[in-house]
Design a protein around this ligand. Structure first.
Ligand SMILES: Nc1ncnc2c1ncn2[C@@H]1O[C@H](COP(=O)(O)OP(=O)(O)O)[C@@H](O)[C@H]1O
Ligand SMILES: [Mg+2]
Length: 331
């Protein structure tokens, strides 16, 4: 493992990523070209890591641990040793369903959403393990709770439009639910939106509300991101920008895209747990790609030089704070 002194006490930013085109490489280049107070960025290479082992990186931008669990443990070990990880590996809010509840608590409007016991259970579960679950489910009441059909059945923890069903009647709902197996699902009010916005938020302060076209999923020849500087009224722009920042603050995301569906002038937050916002230049357009590179690199540099307070469970906070202080003081 590389030791810190090899980097002359400069600040080091490391990138973790999966297959996502040029973004990770361009991000490294952008940070290095800014050449600010010796902050450097590089691709992380890692193998076996000792528990409690020091980490060379002051900041890690993690774009992979949500799909490769090894990296979740890797980033948590780094976090424990004073590395600022984007996004926080101790964020407890991965689940969409929970985040909808958090949004309501802070006054951000979300569609009515209910959690549904899973259709199937992992192998080996007996009926006696399920004593706490109501059966059969009262479907008529559940549908009423979300305002009737159409409704959206989707995973409580999902992404990439996986297993998202818009259902128009009981047959379609039962069909979709039967397919859900052991995935925890939610049923949600359908928002009959006229506009859809993806708000990119970096470092809880750099914000870009982008006109988004969900129709591109059915017809990939259509653009997903549309460069349009006039798509929102100034009032609506202010509302979605402020709500997106509030959501990223309370859910502790330093990179996120926050989706709003706007129906009759009311924005509903639909999807705001996107820990790795799409950054492929051909999807986000060259215009927004440049913006993303500029803002993500700015956050990495700012955090490397002056890490903001971290959040984790209170009983280990003092361990992490001690390590961060040492890092900041160059010890
Ligand atoms: N409550 C809803 N009302 C209307 N459309 C919805 C609703 N929920 C999801 N959708 C549609 O389904 C798409 C995928 O759902 P989303 O919650 O964003 O899941 P994912 O995390 O898989 O992207 C959204 O972009 C939107 O077009
Ligand atoms: Mg989405």
């Amino acid at each position: 493992m590389r030791l810190r002194k090899e980097v002359d006490m400069g600040k080091l930013v490391g990138i973790l990523h999966g297959t996502e085109g040029p973004f990770p490489y361009d991000l490294i280049e952008t940070i290095n070209k800014k050449n600010i107070k010796g902050v450097r960025a590089e691709m992380i290479k890692t193998g076996a890591v000792g528990a409690g082992e020091k980490c060379s990186y002051d900041v890690i931008i993690d774009r992979i641990s949500h799909c490769l669990p090894y990296f979740r443990d890797y980033t948590r070990n780094a976090f424990l040793n004073g590395t600022y990880v984007i996004n926080n590996p101790f964020r407890f809010f991965l689940e969409k369903y929970f985040a909808y509840g958090v949004a309501r608590k802070i006054g951000v409007k979300v569609p009515r959403t209910v959690l549904i016991p899973t259709k199937d259970h992992p192998k080996g579960f007996e009926d006696s393990d399920l004593e706490n679950l109501e059966f059969p489910l009262k479907w008529e009441e559940i549908i009423e709770q979300v305002g009737g059909f159409p409704a959206v059945l989707k995973p409580s923890e999902g992404g990439g439009w996986r297993d998202v069903y818009i259902v128009h009647d009981m047959d379609e709902l039962m069909d979709a639910y039967d397919k859900s197996g052991t995935t925890v699902m939610t049923l949600q009010e359908f928002i009959n939106f006229q506009q859809y916005v993806r708000v990119l938020v970096y470092g809880k302060k750099y914000v870009m509300p982008i006109r988004y076209n969900p129709g591109h999923k059915e017809d990939p020849s259509q653009a997903a991101y549309i460069v349009d500087h006039e798509h929102l009224s100034p009032e609506m722009g202010k509302i979605v920008v402020n709500q997106a920042i509030k959501l990223c603050e309370v859910l502790d995301y330093d990179m996120n895209s926050v989706e709003f569906a706007i129906e009759d002038g009311v924005p509903y937050a639909i999807d705001f747990c996107n820990q790795v916002p799409d950054s492929r230049p051909d999807v986000v357009t060259p215009h927004y790609y440049e913006w993303i590179l500029d803002k993500m690199s700015a956050v990495a540099i700012e955090y490397a030089l002056n890490p903001p307070p971290i959040s984790c469970w209170p009983s280990i906070k003092h361990l992490v704070h001690g390590e961060m202080e040492k890092r900041v003081n160059g010890e």
